[in-house]
Write a protein that binds this ligand. Structure first.
Ligand code: NAD
Ligand code: G6P
Ligand code: MN
Length: 444
């Protein structure tokens, strides 16, 4: 029988991550061979820059793979095996507002955490439902590997609103941090066997061992992180390298202090040290501005250069090796590899003393039925208390979206550990409603 060649649609074709992911997939033609790659975006103009450049690159590097880009959902989603989704509803302009509005009130302004993440969540749900429905309509067997943010809220929305759709929500933060851990103990990413529990952007590693020998690396890692956080002398990742990210890796040191047994996800800094974060934020120049001036400028600059020269042989686009976990995930489903990966899935007892219907991030065995959560047992009171509060925030956002409820969204903002009072929550909410008029359902 001829080998199966896969058909891929990348939703959010105009994303800054698209070229790196396409190049990374080209490096995997031996173990994940492709028949076609289609980019889909609802902003044709933005996507055309990336699309035109990748078309030149594909002709040079992989003429056997059919490549196209389109804004037509039918064309994009028909005959596909995998949809790799990374859309950003409202693009960077709205990310800027998500980050700036809370900061006006002295509250953390962040892409996925606190009020900014809630605002982004209310926008993302609509965009996600749209692409999920296209996928189900045009390729009912297709799997969506979604990393559109805020993944926690998106995952809860999928659980409630599209429970039967084949959508797997994933995050690259634990991947990047694990790469750092491997470097710290002198091993490779694949050598480690980890245990982890939490919500997305809200979790802890409880065990890091050698996959072959079983050697326990926790003592060494705990010691290292208690002094340096996850900061390393050598550049370990391709992303998460800007100065502000370095500060975040370093801050893990102070997160570990709260529970010296577990290795924290760096995102916990927004919940454990919100005052510190606000103090170190510039309300007129947030992370969105850094990305616009950095990654977006570089990627789109490189694309325009390829188009101008008519060739991609100058190495303008670089491989995003860091994103190879997406291919591992697709492979696990396609070939039933039963690889263990962190995914965001319904708890159903995996964390035994936590809500069964919570979308949690835990190691999963991935095969052709998708991810199956591995049991992580009981978690301690401190972590459980934090998670319970944050879970309520995420559930209330989805309920607010479904019921068009102002009250529930106000409750969600009030419950966020990043927000000091119901009064401040209300002021931020009213500003966010104004800013998101075009995107949110009208709240009553
Ligand atoms: P970007 O703005 O460069 O790209 C997003 C693209 O999505 C844009 O071209 C936009 O036009 C498109 N888009 C928006 N709404 C759409 C819709 N309804 N249908 C189709 N396309 C739509 O953003 P980026 O910085 O490259 O990030 C892309 C996404 O990936 C974001 O959601 C980001 O948060 C997420 N991300 C997640 C992880 C993770 O760990 N889960 C890691 C990296 C990036
Ligand atoms: C990590 C997170 C993503 C998030 C990204 C933000 O990779 O896991 O969920 O989108 O960081 O990075 P940026 O460079 O856009 O601030
Ligand atoms: Mn993430």
């Amino acid at each position: 029988m001829a080998e199966k060649l896969f058909n891929i649609v990348i939703a959010g074709g105009g994303s800054t991550y698209t070229p790196g992911i396409v190049k990374m997939m080209l490096e995997h033609q031996e173990d994940f061979p492709l028949n076609s790659v289609t980019l889909y975006d609802n902003d044709g103009e933005r996507q055309a820059v990336i699309g035109e450049a990748l078309e030149i690159l594909m002709k040079e590097e992989a003429p056997q793979i059919h490549f196209s880009y389109t804004t037509d959902p039918k064309e994009a989603f028909t005959g596909k095996d995998f949809c790799m989704a990374h859309i950003r509803v409202g693009k960077y302009a709205m990310r800027q507002l998500d980050e700036r509005i809370p900061l006006k009130y002295g509250v953390v302004g962040q892409e996925t955490c606190g009020p900014g993440g809630i605002a982004y969540g209310m926008r993302s749900i609509t965009g996600m439902l749209e692409i999920i429905d296209y996928m189900v309509k045009y390729s009912p067997e297709c799997w969506m590997l979604n990393y559109s943010n805020p993944a926690a809220i998106v995952a809860e929305a999928c659980r409630v609103l599209r429970p039967d759709a084949r959508v797997i929500n994933i995050c690259d933060m634990p991947v990047g941090t694990r790469r750092r851990m491997a470097y710290i103990v002198g091993k490779d990413y694949e050598d480690l066997d980890v245990r982890y529990f939490g919500l997305n952007h809200f979790g802890w590693w409880t065990s890091v061992k050698d996959k072959t020998t079983g050697e326990d690396y926790m003592p060494k890692l705990l010691e290292y992180v208690s002094e340096n956080g996850y900061l390393t002398q050598k550049a370990i990742e391709t992303q998460h390298m800007d100065e502000s990210w370095q500060a975040t890796h370093k801050k893990a040191k102070d997160l570990l202090a709260l529970d010296p047994r577990f290795l924290p996800n760096t995102y916990l800094k927004y919940y454990l040290y919100p005052d510190y974060v606000v103090e170190h934020s510039d309300p007129n120049h947030t992370r969105a501005d850094e990305v616009i001036e950095g990654r977006e400028k570089e990627v789109f600059g490189a694309a325009r250069e390829i188009i101008r020269k008519g060739t991609a042989t100058g190495g303008e686009f670089t491989v995003d090796n860091h994103a190879s976990f997406i291919v591992s995930l697709a492979r696990a489903i396609a070939y039933n590899t039963h690889e263990i990966m962190l995914c965001i899935v319904e708890n159903k007892g995996a964390i035994s003393n936590f809500d069964s219907d919570a979308m949690v991030e835990v190691p999963c065995v991935v095969g052709n039925n998708g991810p199956e959560a591995m049991c992580q047992g009981e978690i301690p009171t401190f972590e459980r208390g934090m998670m319970q509060e944050q879970l309520a925030v995420e559930k209330l956002v989805v309920e607010a979206y479904v019921e068009h409820s102002y009250l529930k969204l106000w409750q969600a903002l009030t419950l966020s550990k990043t927000v000091p009072s119901a009064g401040v929550a209300k002021q931020i909410l009213d500003d966010l409603i104004e800013a998101n008029k075009e995107y949110w359902p009208e709240l009553k």
